[in-house]
Design a protein around this ligand. Structure first.
Ligand SMILES: [Ca+2]
Length: 192
């Protein structure tokens, strides 16, 4: 009888501790959330369930909106893609500065980060600089980039470590020794 109640107690404590660690985990690191067709969802859940998840931050810095496909993301952002990956967007300042090294102000689409080479896999269209890509769940996975204006990729958060400057699309970051290491990203302009 005693042994049985002891086992029951241990079982209860094990349950309690896993419950508590879940609670602690939930308060310590709240998941990155995204708007997804009218619902707010953790990005990690979306990444698991949707192949080639496309997200952007057009609503504001760190505010993600995600779509089932890149085509839907482009459409939602008033962008079209012509031959040769000629992506054009009807957003005020980017229209004149498409695919140039011209400086684009914050709030304008300036670069699209891709999970895999050749612009494939999950992607994140950046309207803002990010000193820590963990805040949008896109750290250490970028392998190719669509570039609308000068873009700097940094190896570490807070624009630290090694960096690579991009002034044109790059289909394979391995050629720059920069595959799967980008932790912060920012717009570049000559006066910087
Ligand atoms: Ca990658």
């Amino acid at each position: 009888m005693e042994i049985k109640s002891c086992i029951q107690k241990i079982g209860f404590l094990l349950l309690l501790s896993s419950f508590l660690s879940l609670m602690v985990g939930a308060t310590n690191e709240s998941p990155v959330m995204a708007f997804y067709y009218g619902t707010k969802m953790p990005v990690k859940v979306l990444r698991v369930s949707i192949e080639n998840l496309s997200c952007d931050d057009h609503l504001g810095k760190g505010i993600l909106t995600c779509y089932n496909s890149f085509a839907e993301m482009l459409k939602a952002n008033n962008c079209t893609m012509g031959p040769g990956r000629d992506i054009r967007c009807e957003t005020k300042s980017s229209a004149e500065a498409q695919k140039s090294s011209e400086y684009l102000p914050e709030g304008t689409l300036y670069t699209i980060l891709w999970e895999h080479i050749n612009y494939s896999g999950d992607n994140f269209a950046c309207y803002f600089d990010y000193n820590d890509l963990r805040t949008v769940d896109f750290q250490d996975i970028t392998s190719s980039v669509d570039v609308f204006a000068g873009t700097i990729l940094w190896e570490d958060i807070n624009y630290n470590g090694s960096s690579t400057y991009l002034f044109a699309d790059i289909s394979d970051l391995r050629t720059r020794g920069f595959n799967d290491i980008t932790s912060s990203v920012e717009r570049y302009w000559a006066g910087q």
